[in-house]
Ligand binder design. Structure first.
Ligand SMILES: [Zn+2]
Length: 341
């Protein structure tokens, strides 16, 4: 089969469109013909070099396609069915997995990180990962869903216990996870303040439901939050930007507020005053993807049309390098999707 594979770490130029061996289907697996695979920042980090990644490597966490063939033990899906893949890998046997907390499993990983992912024509996965999708969702839309909506849902619902009436600050509302967070927070009838880096992204954030927007290059986030909330500040700061915004995110919290983070795309070190943490009784929470239960919950909302995947651009699989450059240049609003003809 054809795949986008790299034999050395580096820039987008290391991505090669080439022939690779077909996956060998086990009796407990489903073979999926990939039709669309969305990009994530993780793809860029893996391509540049992460520990535990074996070369040559195939990227790709967010996959949608058709069931091509099923192993002997498979009963839940049939060939021809349209599906998406849960983007996580876990043992399904340990104390955490059996309690439904797959993202605490010692073997937990993202599809396409330590194992080969979906930037290819065929992929074999365990049955638990294969989830049927409705006709109303195109393959491109379905591929744009899993990782960002799962991550945002786990952060807001499972970690922060989001409730109606809260005020939620979403950093970088134009990103994949940010655009998911804006919609989830609005679905919970929260007031949403979103930040973005240019006028087009500010406008798109408003269109997704943000009540207030902040230009994070031109305005001081904490000052703007203070102004638009009448000094009430936020219940939740939804972080993933890291170093560039961490201090302002903390400044934006009200007493008892909660900062939740799933990433540090601008840099890994954030500074804070420990006295502010205890005096304002803040919570700082880390979050890493989510559980299978979270994924099924958020997919119910997607399938019902209450949450919409946001697609910025589509590129054919063989033009993966151009797609990586597009994501790297921060030009996108929403997801960049590779299509597999
Ligand atoms: Zn486990």
């Amino acid at each position: 089969m054809k795949a986008i594979r790299f034999h050395e770490f580096g820039g987008p130029e290391v991505l090669r469109y080439e022939d690779v061996p077909d996956p060998q289907l086990r009796k407990d697996q489903v073979l999926v013909r990939v039709r669309a695979c969305a990009l994530n920042h993780l793809d860029l980090f893996v391509r540049k070099g992460l520990p535990g990644v074996k070369l040559p490597h195939i990227n790709g966490s967010d996959v949608a396609g058709e069931v091509a063939e099923v192993g002997e033990y498979i009963t839940a899906v049939k060939p021809g069915q349209r599906v998406l893949l849960a983007p996580m890998v876990f043992c399904n046997q340990c104390v955490h997995c059996t309690a439904g907390q797959q993202n605490l499993c010692r073997q937990f990983s993202v599809l396409g990180n330590r194992i080969d992912g979906g930037n290819c024509e065929y992929i074999a996965m365990p049955e638990v990962n294969v989830i049927p999708i409705p006709e109303s969702l195109s393959f491109e839309q379905a591929a744009a869903v899993p990782l960002v909506f799962l991550t945002a849902w786990h952060m807001l619902v499972a970690r922060c216990g989001i409730r109606p009436g809260m005020t939620v600050l979403v950093l970088a509302g134009g990103s994949g996870v940010g655009s998911a967070a804006i919609q989830i927070a609005k679905m919970f009838d929260c007031t949403v303040i979103a930040t973005a880096g240019d006028e087009r992204k500010l406008e798109r954030s408003r269109q997704l439901g943000a009540d207030h927007v902040i230009d994070h290059y031109q305005q001081k986030i904490g000052d703007e939050v203070k102004r638009v909330t009448g000094k009430q500040m936020c219940d939740i700061a939804f972080e993933h930007v890291g170093a560039a915004t961490f201090e302002e995110s903390i400044r934006s919290l009200k007493p008892g507020g909660c900062l939740v983070t799933c990433g540090a795309t601008s840099g890994p070190e954030g500074k804070f005053d420990i006295r502010v943490l205890f005096a304002k009784q803040l919570s700082f929470l880390g979050s890493y993807m989510g559980t299978m239960g979270d994924l099924h919950q958020v997919l119910q909302q997607i399938f019902a049309g209450r949450l919409q995947p946001v697609i910025d651009a589509e590129f054919p699989l063989k033009e993966a390098a151009a797609a990586h450059r597009h994501l790297e240049n921060k030009e996108q609003f929403g997801k960049v999707v590779l299509t597999v003809p």
